[in-house]
Design a binder for this molecule. Structure first.
Ligand SMILES: Cc1ncc(COP(=O)(O)O)c(C=O)c1O
Length: 494
């Protein structure tokens, strides 16, 4: 695209200003060595006042505190009161390489970014001349084995929703064969009736979470409150194993549990009244309470879905991008045949799904929307992928995760009334509290001590730090954690 002299001048001024801004910001920002909390508790008065103002415009009841993202740096988030907290929750598991990471700031101030932000294209109709190259430099660099294509979307639920559409269209095509659509199909679909709008299901697993949009919500099984009052597809739910910890003590029981779950999956796929196009599964059920299963279980899921000619969608929205110790968590299963689709979002800071060529519908424009992704998000994903590779962050996650686990396990013995079932892969770790009230108390005390953490499920505390977490950060966490555990013991079990 030839830029006019005016555009070129404007762009170069804007770019210079952006570069100066990001250079200034980068120069000023140095990661602290420990948290500082200057208010009696978090949120402090400035956060509370900002939230009161915001509440006039939006529902703020889930907000924990107000962030100051110009001052947040690396693994530390700064709030409106100037409190600096070690962030082990990271915007619900979605910050990969630190706040105000220099490489990400540089990508944000690149001239390509300004053009992309100023001229958002409808990528399915008028793709940018360098879009293929950008896909190659970002998502394709980390595509899971066996999945050659990438469909870019807006967010995690959207990625799953569009993967479901690809699955049911693929199913219909197999059934229909070479014939085109019938007149009856073309007419009935306009009334949402069969045969044009067929009865076909996506199977999901108990306590799985796949998002909150209408279709995705029918596959979500984690909390009733998310689903209540929303019309749902009558799709089947298979059991997900409920493992007992420590794993080495309950090896036989856990193996029996997984076998039972696989048998039930097989039975559902054999006898469900509605045909099933695909099964969707998380490598670690995250929102549902950090529930794990063995690689053998997942290999069983792949084997059984293959036997029944059912597609397998792996939802890596939360587990993807390195946090579990491999770039994609499902790499650890060593599947004999790859999944048919893998969805992503969160730490990639861009969303979509990888898929095989067979997932492309026969007619164009059917799995489609206006933007089909976003160039700025892909530019950021490119910087993230480069940062992860250059700094060996997946290896670092393994080392830091092992260190953290080694220190958490003895705490679970010493403070067994609060910390149980320590588990996880990489730094994607978790433990259970005895009640949701104790968990809420623990999370609040941790924030007051300068560590931001989150929960999952009913009683679980989940660690979702950045890939840049080091052993030094873990030591900062451990000191505060022990102090909070002592406080909880003094209060509840003096
Ligand atoms: C595994 C999984 N899938 C899908 C989603 C939905 O993603 P989003 O909130 O971006 O729509 C989430 C969000 O937490 C998730 O954890």
């Amino acid at each position: 695209m030839a830029l006019t002299r005016l555009t070129r001048t404007t762009l170069s001024i804007a770019t210079r200003q952006l570069r100066q801004l990001s250079t200034r910001t980068m120069a000023q920002l140095v990661e602290p060595t420990e948290p500082t909390v200057v208010t009696d508790s978090v949120p402090g008065p400035a956060s509370k006042s900002a939230l009161r103002k915001l509440a006039k415009l939006q529902d703020t009841r889930a907000a924990l505190f107000v962030g100051d993202y110009t001052k947040s740096v690396g693994n530390y988030i700064v709030d409106a009161d100037g409190n600096t907290l070690l962030d082990m929750y990271c915007q619900i598991a979605s910050i990969p390489v630190g706040y105000n990471n220099p490489r990400i700031l540089a990508a944000a101030s690149d001239p390509h970014m300004a053009v992309a932000l100023a001229n958002r294209p409808a990528l399915g109709v008028f793709p940018a001349n360098d879009w293929a190259r950008l896909l190659e430099d970002s998502f394709v660099k980390v595509r899971p084995a066996g999945l050659d294509m990438v469909f870019t979307t807006a967010h995690g639920s959207d990625a799953n929703e569009l993967a479901f559409k690809a699955a049911v269209m693929h199913y219909a095509r197999k059934k229909r064969g070479v014939r085109g659509f019938t007149e009856e199909e073309l007419v009935s679909v306009m009334d949402n009736k069969t045969p044009g709008s067929p009865e076909v299901a996506i199977l999901s697993f108990s306590l799985g979470f796949h998002g909150r949009t209408f279709g995705a919500l029918s596959a979500t099984r984690s909390k009733a409150l998310h689903k209540l009052d929303i019309p749902a597809f009558k799709w089947p739910r298979a059991p997900f194993p409920q493992l007992r910890y420590p794993l080495d003590k309950y090896e036989a029981e856990n193996a029996a549990e997984e076998k039972q779950c696989l048998e039930e999956l097989d039975q559902i796929l054999r006898s469900n009244p509605m045909p099933i196009a695909a099964a969707i599964i998380e490598p670690i059920q995250s929102e549902g309470g950090d529930r794990h299963a063995s690689a053998e279980f997942f290999r069983g899921v792949r084997r059984i879905t293959k036997e029944h000619d059912v597609l397998l969608i792996v939802d890596e929205v939360q587990t993807g991008c390195g946090a579990t110790g491999t770039f994609w968590a499902h790499e650890q299963w060593e599947l004999p045949t790859p999944p048919d689709m893998v969805t992503f979002s969160k730490k990639m800071q861009a969303a979509g799904f990888f898929h095989t060529r067979e997932m492309v519908p026969e007619q164009p424009g059917r799995n489609f929307n206006t933007w089909l992704g976003d160039i700025p998000r892909a530019l950021i994903a490119k910087a993230i992928v480069a940062e992860v590779a250059e700094h060996g962050l997946v290896k670092q996650v393994n080392e830091t995760g092992a260190y953290m686990l080694k220190h958490l396990k003895p705490l679970a013995v010493r403070y067994h009334r609060v910390v149980t079932n320590v588990r996880g892969q990489g730094t994607f770790l978790a433990f259970d509290c005895p009640t949701s009230e104790i968990r809420a108390e623990l999370l609040q005390l941790m924030r007051n001590e300068g560590v931001n953490m989150g929960g999952s499920g009913e009683e679980t505390v989940r660690f979702r730090p950045m890939l840049t977490l080091t052993k030094a950060h873990v030591n900062v966490f451990l000191t505060r954690f022990q102090s909070v555990l002592n406080k909880l013991y003094q209060k509840h079990w003096p």
